[in-house]
Design a protein around this ligand. Sequence first.
Ligand SMILES: Nc1ncnc2c1ncn2[C@@H]1O[C@H](COP(=O)(O)OP(=O)(O)OP(=O)(O)O)[C@@H](O)[C@H]1O
Length: 256
Amino acid sequence: MTIAIRDLDVTLGDRKVLDGVTLTVPAGSWTAIIGPNGAGKSTLLRAILGLRPGRGEVTVAGTDPRTLKPRQRARMIAYAPQNPGLPAGMQVFDYTLLGRSPYIPHLGREGARDRAVAAEVLERLDLTGLAARPLDQLSGGERQRVVLARALAQQTSVLLLDEPTTALDIGHQQQVMELIDQLRLADRLTVVTTIHDLTLAGQYADDLLLLSAGRVAAAGPPARVLTRAAVAEHFDARVRVAPGVDGRPILSLERP
Ligand SMILES: Nc1ncnc2c1ncn2[C@@H]1O[C@H](COP(=O)(O)OP(=O)(O)OP(=O)(O)O)[C@@H](O)[C@H]1O
């Protein structure tokens, strides 16, 4: 499913948080939204979900998500927020099963297939051993993977992930990014993630969108967007940028 945004303005309170944002994410591709704190990255993800009113065009597979009922939307788009409120006391397995809600009839119960999907997702995220653990007894990184598990259990064609790797150790970062990439290739998922680790973003995404103060500062393949000058200008950081083995940029901080 292709995501298309044209000239999107979003105002929150009295601030214009997104200003004339245009973005196309072709079906089956991965775009990472990067930018400094407060640039509008999470707001843009929520706009793709149809949860941020704004002026301009937003479509997912030709449909404006703002016109969808929550259940319809949840069958099309899965969203893993940055810091979701987790129901304390609920077990990991039951929380993951919530991802199946859009497929369970009203007043109905989940079926064997729903339980199988939840179990499989937990297995792929290395969480099977935690299935019976209450959510309030998880580490930050475990919690983050459980939120992703719930989103993956929705089995949608579009996956929106807000900072999916921030709390993860390097091994789990790699595992999560590889898993997202495998799912994308196997099921032709369209993926949009916000991400602060610029090298990680550049290693996995087809395209990067650099937001700065609500505007698109640069967009395109990682090597074109992640330049020393752009990082200096928009993040106020000094970095060295070198091409990795596959030509994708590797950034390292330089001490001033
Ligand atoms: N409900 C709101 N009302 C008013 N301003 C808001 C609201 N939500 C977010 N903002 C402001 O909008 C701007 C963009 O916020 P957003 O969360 O989209 O940034 P971000 O790029 O995801 O930041 P970060 O990297 O820190 O997560 C920020 O300045 C924030 O303070």
